[in-house]
Design a protein around this ligand. Sequence first.
Ligand code: HEM
Length: 236
Amino acid sequence: MSVAGTKSIETEAPQASPGALLAFWNNPIGKKALMSLTGIILSLYVFAHLLGNMQIYVGAEAINGYAHLLHKNLALLWTARVVLLAAVLVHALAGVQLYLNKANTRPVQYAERVNIISTTASRTMIWSGVLIFAFVIYHVLDLTVGVAHAGPYEDVMPYQNVLSGFRFLPAAIAYVVAMVGVGFHLWHGLYSLFQSLGMSHPRYTPMVQKGAAIVGTLVALANISVPIAVLTGLLR
Ligand code: HEM
């Protein structure tokens, strides 16, 4: 406690003031850290959502029952939605700003692109990110709100909605293309995340690179299997 007229020698605890948050956001390392944190949240959501989607193979009762359970718990549902939306916005805005900063600090374009350590996934992060952003807007309007749904939409009946939606070929194709984007984005995103967490040792890097490629591919293929199963009549 400081007494009037004497100088306080207390050390102030760091405050998360708007100024400090803005400085953190404006620092490229702070921005990268926010991208990693929001990337972890979004990846966990994609894995959890995939497990939910795979219940379609168990049957209509399993996936519809799971959706009803989630929708009954409104507090949990809306908390998850708010966290996800905040994570998407921070991740996308930071990603676009880092991309633009990088482009602006390279005044002279390379005469010839030399992609020694970059991969297709890393070079296309911004574009797979934009594709996923557009996909999520369409997807929520398609399967959660129902206004962009190709067939008759039934509230909280994902089994019927997924089937009626994917019978419309353009919708199924749009999902397959978006899932390829998700696979590439996860591949480089997970690799980059592990690098940021300090796993950039020459012994581990190839393993992390391979693991991230496998996870990205498996997530994409498992999701792609759903529209394919509907179109081929495996799911009816
Ligand atoms: C073929 C792949 C996919 C299928 C079949 C699918 C299916 C569904 C279904 C049926 C719903 C509505 C669930 C309900 O009403 O309870 C839903 C919601 C949602 N999905 Fe997907 N999904 C797929 C891929 C993805 C991917 C890759 C992402 C993220 C990048 C994603 C993000 C979302 C989001 C944000 C919601 C809204 C959740 C909410 O707030 O209710 N989905 N999905």
